[in-house]
Design a protein around this ligand. Structure first.
Ligand SMILES: C[S@@+](CC[C@H](N)C(=O)[O-])C[C@H]1O[C@@H](n2cnc3c(N)ncnc32)[C@H](O)[C@@H]1O
Length: 199
């Protein structure tokens, strides 16, 4: 894949960023569905996605459970536009609020969400410790964190990625419990999902 496009995945900008978003929406169905299937969501839950990209995860999550209140947080304005187009009906219905912001400094009050999830952002956030601390802060007691990673291009039949192990340890240090990492083989590489419950 062209290097100038791959460099866009961390913070898509401009025309190339828009192209990167279209690619993600086309290629990430299997991974995204696997992550959505791992979530314990029930009617009426408040859910946050950090780094929603083109908004495919939000779209699939509403298919699974239509009666949710979902908030999305993204660095990229280009992704905000794509995700807004993809999920327009839910925004109009008042079930979805998409915002620009940083997962390491979230603009939300303490204990706001029942579940927070994030897919392929761990290797982009500036500080895993700050990200984990923010997840801890904005989740309600017994709320669930679901953090997923898949190498987007090459086959990595390797142990769980280091950043995922690291954030698992950081979350456990903060009191998260029942943490586990599950994986599924898929192309081009396995997807790993870390699930943990807030204290
Ligand atoms: C590789 S893309 C993945 C998009 C989507 N989650 C998916 O799986 O298709 C990473 C996304 O995370 C966003 N991102 C990176 N760092 C972020 C941060 N600190 N806070 C919020 N969003 C972030 C990027 O702008 C980008 O849209």
């Amino acid at each position: 894949m062209n290097k100038s496009i791959t460099s866009q995945f961390g913070h898509p900008r401009g025309v190339l960023g828009s192209l990167a978003g279209m690619l993600m929406a086309k290629r990430n169905h299997e991974r995204t569905q696997f992550v959505i299937d791992q979530m314990a969501v029930t009617e009426g839950d408040t859910v946050l996605e950090v780094g929603f990209g083109p908004g495919l995860g939000i779209q699939k999550l509403f298919v699974r459970e239509p009666n949710l209140s979902i908030t999305g947080l993204e660095l990229s304005k280009v992704m905000l536009r794509q995700a807004s187009r993809r999920n327009r009906a839910q925004i109009i219905a008042g079930n979805l609020d998409l915002q620009i912001g940083d997962g390491c400094e979230m603009p939300f009050k303490d204990a706001t969400f029942d579940l927070v999830y994030s897919v392929n952002t761990l290797h982009h956030v500036a500080s895993l410790e700050k990200f984990a601390a923010e997840i801890n802060r904005i989740l309600r007691p017994n709320g669930m964190a679901v953090l997923a990673h898949q190498h987007p291009m090459k086959w990595v039949d390797a142990p769980v990625p280091g950043k995922m192990k690291k954030i698992k340890t950081v979350l456990e240090t903060q009191g998260f419990y029942n943490s586990e990492i599950i994986q599924k083989a898929m192309k081009p590489s396995p997807t790993y999902v870390l699930k943990a419950l807030n204290k």
